[in-house]
Design a protein around this ligand. Structure first.
Ligand code: NDP
Ligand code: 2IT
Length: 452
């Protein structure tokens, strides 16, 4: 970045850090965005005069509430929950709910902020939001999870609605939790409407929503390869996580002819040099989605694999890396290790999985690097399609939804190329591309509204 731009980013960030003390994840997400967008704003004074960046980094509102519930031993428990309604300039608030012990206001603000621009990239009319709780679903019975979800929804329902704010899943919130949340919402409101997405197929869910984030990530990766005359076919792929996003990223990679070598969870990673094929993925689905077990069981079952306790998979040489677990799971050093081992593409299934130092290393190296906002937008895109189907009171076929998902990912790729290509360079900077393309649509709407 040029010196003058660097100074402007630093000035902007020092104000933001002062206004939002103790929120490191939020600072990080805004900084990554500002590094792309501040130079663009400096060239377009209409945005600067309207203080668009300052306004965009301030959430519309945050609802914070207590969730009291009773565990199986009849003890009263209390958690904290939030809904960060970040920006509804281009549509009703939309974004997932996360249940994890490390959920804080800072984490949800970073997620809600990024969601605003991700949703803008999809081309669908969706604003940005995120919510969640520091509730830990691990080791809880189904009944405990149900009571927690019902209690949470008893407060949340008054703040959401099909034209106001439409939550969905994220870490720790899958089909089971969405069902409990939707069941309670419907009961409290006495209305059957699409206020949540990721619902079961029997009650308004969309085909391909479960698979959408992982599939979309691989479609985007294939779009990047195709753009330089290559393909994911025959490439080795390293994936982290073994949840919703990781499983379907692995499934689609295998389907397109790649060889998946790793998966992980918070206890460590497994490395299978023979490749994690469709049959082994079916085992992981059952392990994680039904039995809620740990990834080391994979290495007990398949002798070709080794388990590496407490480690992340980035030391394994691969052509393609897809971080699909959580934020800051690829450090600067790990990014450099991936590059030294010849990684050709990094496609982020998780939100903000790469530390800023790693982002800079990938961009500098000129590899195919797809930031989360672009690469994992397939999940929320199919959530948007679920909303459309609910509003129409009909369901589209698997082929129809999958085709729309592919088209949306291709159009996001095209926007990244438009905004991320520098004159005389063949290399696309997908970080700039995604940030600026996502920004422009939201900024135009905010300019049109005047001082709101
Ligand atoms: P899941 O809860 O289904 O899976 C999360 C996976 O990541 C698990 O394997 C989990 O391991 C691992 N993980 C979670 N937290 C940590 C941590 N602190 N350290 C190490 N491993 C961790 O969540 P999803 O697959 O839905 O989400 C994964 C990522 O993708 C998140 O960043 C999410 O925001 C993002 N995303 C999700 C979308 C969706 O539609 N679901 C859409 C777009 C992005 P363990 O079981 O041990 O905790
Ligand atoms: O981070 C994300 O995009 C999601 N967790 C999905 C949000 C949604 O509304 O489907």
């Amino acid at each position: 970045m040029e010196l003058e731009n660097c100074q402007s980013v630093d000035d902007f960030m020092s104000g933001l850090v002062k206004r939002n003390p103790g929120e490191p994840e939020f600072h990080q997400a805004v900084r990554e965005f500002a590094e792309s967008v501040v130079p663009f704003v400096l060239e377009h004074p209409q945005y600067q005069e309207a203080q668009i960046l300052e306004r965009m980094t301030e959430p519309d509102r945050i609802v914070i509430f207590r969730v009291t519930w009773e565990d199986d031993q009849n003890r009263i428990r209390a958690n904290r929950a939030w809904r960060v309604q970040f920006n509804n300039s281009i549509g009703p608030y939309k974004g997932g709910m996360r249940f994890h012990t490390n959920v804080t206001q800072s984490v949800l603000k970073f997620l809600g902020f990024e969601q605003t621009f991700k949703n803008s990239l999809t081309g669908l009319p969706m604003g940005g939001a995120k919510g969640g709780s520091n509730f830990n679903p691990k080791g809880k019975s189904n009944n405990e999870v149900m009571r927690f979800c019902q209690s949470l929804m008893t407060e949340l329902h008054r703040h959401i609605g099909e034209d106001t704010d439409v939550p969905a899943g994220d870490i720790g919130v899958g089909a089971r939790e969405i069902s409990y949340l939707f069941g309670q919402y419907k009961r409290l409101e006495n209305r059957f409407v699409g206020t949540l997405t990721g619902k079961g197929l029997a009650f308004g869910g969309s085909l391909v929503r479960t698979e959408a984030t992982g599939y979309g990530c691989v479609y985007f990766c294939e779009d990047m390869f195709n753009h330089v005359g290559e393909s994911i076919r025959g490439k080795t792929v390293g994936i982290s996580g073994s949840g919703n996003v990781a499983i379907y990223a692995a499934e689609k990679s295998v389907e397109l002819g790649a060889k998946v070598l790793t998966l992980s969870d918070s206890s460590g990673f497994i490395h299978d040099p023979d490749g994690i094929d469709a049959e082994k993925i079916a085992f992981v689905k059952d392990l994680k989605e039904v039995r809620r077990g740990r990834i080391n069981e994979y290495a007990e079952k398949f002798k070709s694999a080794s388990f590496h306790e407490g480690k992340r998979p980035w030391s394994v040489p691969v052509d393609v890396a897809m971080p699909c677990a959580t934020q800051n799971e690829v450090s600067g050093d790990e990014a450099r290790t991936l590059l030294a081992n010849g990684v050709k593409a990094v496609c982020e299934g998780a939100n903000m999985p790469t530390e800023l130092e790693g982002v800079h290393a990938f961009v500098k190296a000129g590899i195919l690097y797809a930031p989360a906002k672009a690469a994992n937008a397939g999940g929320v895109a199919v959530s948007g399609l679920e909303q459309s189907q609910n509003a129409l009171r009909l369901s589209w076929s698997r082929e129809e939804v999958d085709e729309r998902l592919k088209t949306i990912m291709r159009e996001i790729h095209a926007q990244c190329v438009t905004y991320g290509s520098k004159a005389k360079s063949e290399i696309v900077n997908y970080v700039d591309g995604a940030n600026i393309a996502g920004f422009v649509k939201v900024a135009e709407a905010m300019l049109a509204y005047g001082a709101v």
